[in-house]
Design a protein around this ligand. Structure first.
Ligand SMILES: NC(=O)c1ccc[n+]([C@@H]2O[C@H](COP(=O)([O-])OP(=O)(O)OC[C@H]3O[C@@H](n4cnc5c(N)ncnc54)[C@H](O)[C@@H]3O)[C@@H](O)[C@H]2O)c1
Length: 280
């Protein structure tokens, strides 16, 4: 996702991109990248715990701390005087409350949260063809500046949703959990169609014609399996279920979807992805 973000922003030659990646050879250190940059995107993994109890924010927290050390002093105070304080933008999918925690812990840094909706198989194209841009920001000024950055690459008519950071975080989870849930509902109708002698593809196409429901109801899915897999849907569902349990919020419908996914899906591909699945 970091690569798609860098490549996407670089489509406007005025944007200069600097990259630091801990596990790959990077020409610059993290400190150098922060020093050179006005906007610092955090695109690191937020894997689920391998016991399925929730999602780990440890890497994002570590990186946020490293960035804050270098970027501090460019936040609130300098922003009051000038418009040019650095902005650290959390692009990783993080649990609601994570970025608000950074604002509290590192108040001298400008923080934003900009969830990403691209798909892994089509990352570069999806980044540039997003249906909307969601920006959570620590202040109105910060939100406007991030919007201006995206306006350098996106078409003029792209809708922007600017909100507080926790709402931006939740937007990403609700989107992914809605998309994952509809896979399971489609699967159930597929098996029902077989039993009653209906043609599922005819049914699907007619259902997909309703914009309230949307597309992507094909069964089996593009990977030939039923249920949902991949790096993001499973961990984002586990993440939100873990948070709901901690906060004692009833999400039993979502929980049932997850249990059913485990039952019907043959390939638990996410268990082999280090960015999605990690031992506690
Ligand atoms: N891939 C997608 O389709 C997609 C879509 C939307 C959101 N996301 C979110 O983006 C985040 C990253 O996912 P990804 O798929 O890009 O993962 P990835 O594993 O492809 O990339 C993450 C990169 O971060 C680097 N990294 C790890 N620890 C680091 C550290 N401490 N400091 C610096 N770099 C470090 C890794 O070397 C790796 O290159 C996750 O939160 C994910 O949920 C991914």
């Amino acid at each position: 996702m970091g690569q798609a973000t860098g490549k996407g922003l670089a489509t406007n030659k005025k944007n200069k991109i600097f990259v630091y990646d801990k596990q790959r050879t990077s020409p610059l250190t993290l400190e150098e990248v922060v020093e050179k940059s006005e906007f610092i995107f955090i695109c690191v993994p937020t894997p689920m715990h391998s016991d399925y109890s929730g999602m780990s924010m440890a890497i994002v927290e570590e990186v946020a701390g490293q960035i804050a050390k270098v970027a501090k002093g460019t936040g609130k105070q300098s922003l009051a005087k000038s418009e040019f304080g650095k902005i650290a933008i959390v692009k990783s999918t993080v649990l609601p409350g994570t970025t608000a925690g950074f604002i509290k812990k590192y108040p001298k840094v400008n923080w934003a949260m900009n969830p990403e909706f691209l798909t892994q198989n089509n990352a570069n194209k999806d980044f540039l063809n997003t249906a909307r841009t969601v920006i959570g920001a620590s202040s109105k000024k910060v939100g406007e500046r991030v919007k201006k950055l995206f306006e350098t690459i996106y078409p003029k008519n792209l809708p922007y949703y600017i909100m507080d950071v926790t709402s931006a975080e939740l937007t990403k989870y609700m989107s992914n959990n809605m998309l994952a849930s509809k896979v399971l509902i489609a699967d159930e109708f597929y098996f029902l169609a077989k039993k009653v002698g209906a043609n599922y593809d005819d049914v699907r196409k007619a259902v997909e014609a309703d914009p309230r429901i949307g597309t992507h109801l094909r069964v089996p899915g593009p990977d030939g399996d039923v249920g949902f897999g991949g790096a993001c849907f499973p961990k984002d569902m586990i993440g939100i279920l873990g948070l709901a349990k901690k906060l004692k919020v009833n999400m039993s419908a979502l929980s049932a979807i997850w249990q059913e996914n485990l039952k019907i899906r043959k390939n638990r591909d996410w268990e082999h992805m280090t960015s999605a699945f990690r031992k506690k």
